[in-house]
Design a protein around this ligand. Structure first.
Ligand SMILES: C[S@@+](CC[C@H](N)C(=O)[O-])C[C@H]1O[C@@H](n2cnc3c(N)ncnc32)[C@H](O)[C@@H]1O
Length: 298
């Protein structure tokens, strides 16, 4: 068995109520939506959100025919499912982003927001995403920027040991990483993605300022400042519009799920189970109450 990188496990977490609802983060939520709308094609056939959590951003995908909400946490996906009720366009898939349970070239659009900071091995994740990306499609990636103004100031006055200018990721808390924009670009290029337009986001993420100024004003100012992202990135969050690899396979319907271990395409589940048809593998995966569960084999 190949050893996979460690995962930041949100199973059973109260992420929605502890971090978002009523927690004074309307500003962050609104500016992220603005950036997402600016970079993501508004409509398409198949979209996946990687690390979708409880589906905070799910309503942004209304122009898409099929939307996969993918996350390691079954409990957060159940919250998404309850929130979105019976909208048949949504597909809930639990699994690990280092071993995605999909056939090659499936998704026209990939979205990843507020999750890369949990990737202990971002190059391995990008490699897997390039495999499931349909050629010429669009990947909207958000990442936590280590070269932000606060980190630079702290470094210059000696209150932070690590340099915000060095390219390698910094693990500032267990399984929480900040990344240098240049390093991200290099890793994307290495697996065939083409990084393009960048937006800087959350310029005014500063608690005293958020208390003082109306949210609507900060959101308007941030929306203007986002455009500076193409020249320099000094905000804590960066959104990037990335084009999928130019060539490669395109999935042919009905092919959709694949064994996360050996990547053999899977037939429809029987009695709530997928069985990998590869005689060397034969692993089984559970489907329960609308949740496709690829976290571990049955
Ligand atoms: C901070 S939350 C962000 C959720 C959502 N993107 C949002 O902005 O509201 C990070 C999410 O990444 C997921 N995650 C972390 N590591 C993962 C992995 N290896 N595979 C799949 N999901 C993962 C967590 O379960 C969690 O839901």
């Amino acid at each position: 068995m190949i050893e996979l990188p460690p995962v930041c496990d949100y199973e059973g977490s109260d992420y929605r109520t502890r971090f978002w609802e009523g927690q004074g983060r309307d500003y962050e939520d609104q500016v992220e939506r603005i950036a997402l709308r600016r970079l993501m094609p508004p409509a398409g056939d198949t979209l996946i959100e990687i690390g979708a959590g409880y589906g905070r951003l799910a309503h942004e995908y209304r122009g898409y025919g099929r939307v996969v909400l993918f996350d390691y946490s079954r409990s957060l996906l159940r919250e998404a499912q309850a929130q979105l009720e019976n909208d048949p366009r949504f597909i809930y898939v639990a699994g690990n982003w280092y071993t995605m349970p999909f056939v090659d070239g499936l998704f026209s659009t990939l979205v990843q927001i507020r999750t890369l900071h949990h990737a202990a091995d971002a190059p391995a994740l990008f490699y897997e995403l390039a495999r499931i990306a349909r050629p010429q499609g669009c990947y909207v990636l958000e990442f936590a920027n280590k070269k932000n103004l606060k980190a630079i100031a702290r470094y210059w006055v000696g209150r932070q040991a690590w340099s915000p200018f060095s390219p390698e990721p910094v693990e500032f808390a267990a399984l929480n990483f900040d990344f240098h924009p240049q390093w991200i670009r290099q890793q994307l290029l290495a697996v065939g993605f083409s990084p393009g337009r960048a937006l800087t986001v959350s310029h005014y993420r500063f608690a005293p300022l958020k208390k003082l100024a109306p949210t609507s004003l900060l959101v308007t100012l941030d929306a203007l400042a986002q455009h500076t992202g193409n020249w320099c990135q000094l905000s804590p969050s960066v959104f990037m519009q990335v084009t999928h690899p130019a060539s490669g396979p395109t999935a042919v319907p009905p092919a959709f799920f694949a064994c996360p271990t050996c990547k053999t395409p899977l037939d429809k589940p029987v009695d709530g189970r997928f069985t990998c048809p590869n005689p060397q593998c034969r692993q089984q995966w559970r489907v329960e109450n609308g949740l496709y569960d690829f976290k571990e084999p049955v």
